[in-house]
Design a protein around this ligand. Structure first.
Ligand code: THU
Length: 133
C-alpha cells in the first residue's frame, strides 16, 4: 500500500468523513472529497444525486465549487474517497474542473482497500484551456 505523508493522510480522512454525507439513493456510491487550500484550510464535499440523473453533482466538483464560493482559489492537494471496493478516479468533468483551478495538483484517490496518487496532468492530458486576458 502506498505510504501517504501525514498531510495527505489527514486530507483523505476528511474526504472519508465527507463521504458519509453522500446523498446517493440511486447509485449507492458514497463519495467524499477534500481540498486543501494554500492557507491550509480543508474544504469538503460529497456527491449529491437527483431523480433527474443529469443533475447529480460529484463530490469533487461539490468540494471545489464550495471552496471557490467561500473565496479560496488556490489548492495544494485534493483527496477523493469512495466507500467501495471499486477503483474510483475522478470522472472527466471533475478532471476538467480540478485542472481549471489547480493544473499541477496531485490527486489522491482511494477506496476501502487502496490509495493512489496521480498528478492532474496525467489524469487529463491535453486539457481544454482558454487564455485569460
Ligand atoms: N461520482 C463522484 O462523486 N465523483 C466522480 O468523479 C465520479 C462519480 C458520483 C456521482 C454519482 O453520485 C455516483 O458517483 C455514481 O456515478
Amino acid at each position: 500500500m502506498l505510504k501517504l505523508k501525514p498531510r495527505e493522510k489527514e486530507l483523505l480522512e476528511e474526504a472519508k468523513k465527507a463521504s458519509a454525507n453522500a446523498y446517493s439513493p440511486y447509485s449507492n456510491y458514497k463519495v467524499g472529497c477534500a481540498v486543501r487550500t494554500v492557507d491550509e484550510q480543508i474544504i469538503t464535499g460529497c456527491n449529491v444525486e437527483n431523480a433527474s440523473s443529469s443533475l447529480t453533482i460529484c463530490a469533487e466538483r461539490n468540494a471545489i465549487f464550495k471552496a471557490i464560493s467561500e473565496g479560496h482559489k488556490d489548492f495544494t492537494e485534493i483527496a477523493v474517497f469512495v466507500d467501495s471496493e471499486e477503483s474510483f478516479p475522478p470522472c472527466g468533468a471533475c478532471r476538467q474542473v480540478i485542472y481549471e483551478f489547480a493544473p499541477d495538483i496531485n490527486v489522491i484517490y482511494a477506496n476501502r482497500n487502496t490509495v493512489q496518487i496521480i498528478n492532474i496532468k496525467e489524469l487529463l492530458p491535453e486539457a481544454f484551456i482558454l487564455k485569460r486576458n
